[in-house]
Each structure stands twice: as structure tokens, then as C-alpha cells.
Design a binder for this molecule. Sequence first.
Ligand SMILES: [Ca+2]
Ligand SMILES: [Ca+2]
Ligand SMILES: [Ca+2]
Length: 410
Amino acid sequence: MRTKHLLVAPGMTLALMLICVFTLQLFAAQTDVQAEPCTGQTSMAPAEVEADWSYLPVQIGAADVSNGDFEGGTSVWTEYSALGWPLIVTSTILPVTPHSGDWAVWLGGDDDEVSTISQTVAITIGESTLSYWQWIDSEDICGNDFGQVLINNTQVYSISLCDATNTNDWVNRTLDLSAYIGQNVDLQFRAETNGNLNSNLFIDDVSLGQENYVYLPIIGRNSCGFYYFDDFSDPNSGWFVVDDSERTYAYLNGEFQMLLKKDDYHYFLTPDLVLPGNYRIEVDVYQPSNSQDHGLVFGTRQNGDAWETYQFLVYPPTQEYFLVKRYMNGTWVTLINWTYNPEIYQDTPNHLRVDRVGTLIRLYINNVQVGSVTDASFTGAGRDAGLRVYSGDSAPVDTRFDNFRATCLP
Ligand SMILES: [Ca+2]
Ligand SMILES: [Ca+2]
Ligand SMILES: [Ca+2]
């Protein structure tokens, strides 16, 4: 029987984390910053502002998702259910109220099921942000059942369907599909379940819309000429390597390893970039054994022994992220306190991305924007960015980075 389970997600335990006071050590040509044990943190209310970019939006065409509200039934969409279930269904069948009208999509809902709906859509400059409403309802633990969005059969978003990710209501999600601008692509929503403990993924009101900004085509994404990328396949690509009693930095199996061997150490490491004023920093990162917060630094600048930086951190065990800045004088200011977000994967690499344009900072995890802040510090060209690790009380903490990329933004 197809079953229905409405579960209450357990209360989230916020990890209480300390930000530590750093002292500086320089090694070779790299920036490698060591921390003293934690002494507490200065925090203030996050200044989270949704701000428009200063570029003129360019809207081209009226491409959108046909029958995205499913009020036309199965029209335009292709359905597939391994177990033969109808997927685009009315409120008489759905165990939840549709987000709009009388129709919505019910994926999963049975054991050992693979269910998909798909259609071809045009991704244009004005219509490159996928928006949809989802409702996750599962009684399983994370890691067994999955909901996914695929473009041309390549996964661009995945989430465990489990009690920890239950939404208890319709929630809106957006996905940046600007990488596909100019293409007709196959858009697919998919759920796959294992052999027990029911999971459901409901979808409604799929659309392609315009984000707060678009790239003017006459400028082009990388026309400003700055580009840095390292997939760590070349062990001589220039990152600082070390192996001592405190830490090992090494090129390892096509990744960059930062292994901290003792508790209470923070480090960041940069390739000494000289970034333009507007830039994007990205990396893939995971921790194969013990977990501590880790991520990216950006807006980084040194002046003798003093330094300043932003840090964008994630802590996968509780699926939280954090944005903080440090001034030259050692003062720390929290911009976004530890915040739960289900986009953070717990067991697979997370793709972290920061877009810095003027005073605007946008944070992305696994291609989903999770936060944005305007902050007038550390702007302008000439700054650095890199990788950041922490051992806490969990040493040894092994953090693996891959595909570190810095690109210019218009
Ligand atoms: Ca609907
Ligand atoms: Ca299951
Ligand atoms: Ca690699």
C-alpha cells in the first residue's frame, strides 16, 4: 500500500561554537594562520539584507515551465514510476493540500520506488532561477531515501528524505540554473526510496524566474579576465604543504588534505590570490572521519602580523552554516550566526560558494542560495581567499578540499 506519514521533525540542537583568537604565522609564500585556543566570540545581530544588484536586469523571452502548477494534470510532463503509481494527482489522492489549486506531485510514498517527472524547458537570461515548492514527509533516517533535481540527467540538487529534513509544510526552494543559459534542458524531479520506512516528496508550482540580477550579456561572465582554478591533480600547483606534529597539508588523491592533529587549532591557507573587486569563490569539501566546522575565507588581507578576513563555515553534523568577519585589530563580528539549512549534506561533499559584489555577499551551499548580507568591510580589489579548517576537541580532524575556484564577477 502506498502509505502516508506525517511526522514531526525533531527540534534542532544548535551547536554552540566558539570563534577563536588567532595569532599569525607565515610559511613560505602561503598564508597559513594558526589559532590559539578558543576564548569566546563577539557577536551581534546578523545584518541580513536582500539587496538588488546594481545592474540593469535583462529579460529575454517568456520562457517558463509549462503546466508548472500541475493544474493541467499530466499535460506536458512525462511521468515515470517504477511501481506504476500516478504521480501528478489531485487533492482527493494527495495526503497534503496542494500548494496551488487541486493538483500537485507525489513522489516516493512507497518502498523501493523510483519516481520522476520531467519536461524540456528553455533556460534564458531572464529565466534562469528554478523555483518550486516542496513538502518532505518521511519516517526514515537520513541517507536511505532521496529527492533530487536533475538537469539533462545530471544531479544539480539532492536532499535526504528523512525525519531530520521534514518540512511539515510547503517550503519554497530556488536553484540557480544560470550555467544552462541559452539551452533547452531536460528538467527532472526525482525521488528514490529504499525497502522500508516511508518517505514522500510533494512538489507544486514549478517556475523559472528572474533572480535579483542577471549578467548583462555584453559584459559576459568572465570578461573581467580573472580566473583561478585548482583541482589538485597537480601536486606542484603551489599550495603550501607541510607534515609536522600539528598538521599535514598534502595533495592526496587529487584533493587537498588539511589534517589537524591537535585540538583547538584554526588554520586558513590561501594561494595568495589578488582578486578583483567582484568575485566568486567556490570549493568542494568534506571530512572523511571527525567533523568540525570548516569552509572558505575571503576578503582576506594581511598587513604585517595583522590580518582581516571573512569566514564562511559549515558544520555538517547539525547542518549549520556561519558567516563571520575579523578586523585587523582582532575583533570578530558575526554576520550570520549558526543557522540550520537542510541543503548542507552530512555525508557527501558540500559545494560552498561565495559571491562578493560591491558590499553584497551571497552564500551558496550545493548551488542553493542560503543567505545574503550587505557589509561594507573588506571591499575592493587586491584581496585573497582560501581554505579554512578547525580541530576543536575532535583532533585529528581531516578536511579534504577539491575544485577550488575563483572567478571574476561583473
Ligand atoms: Ca497545483
Ligand atoms: Ca525509506
Ligand atoms: Ca580533484
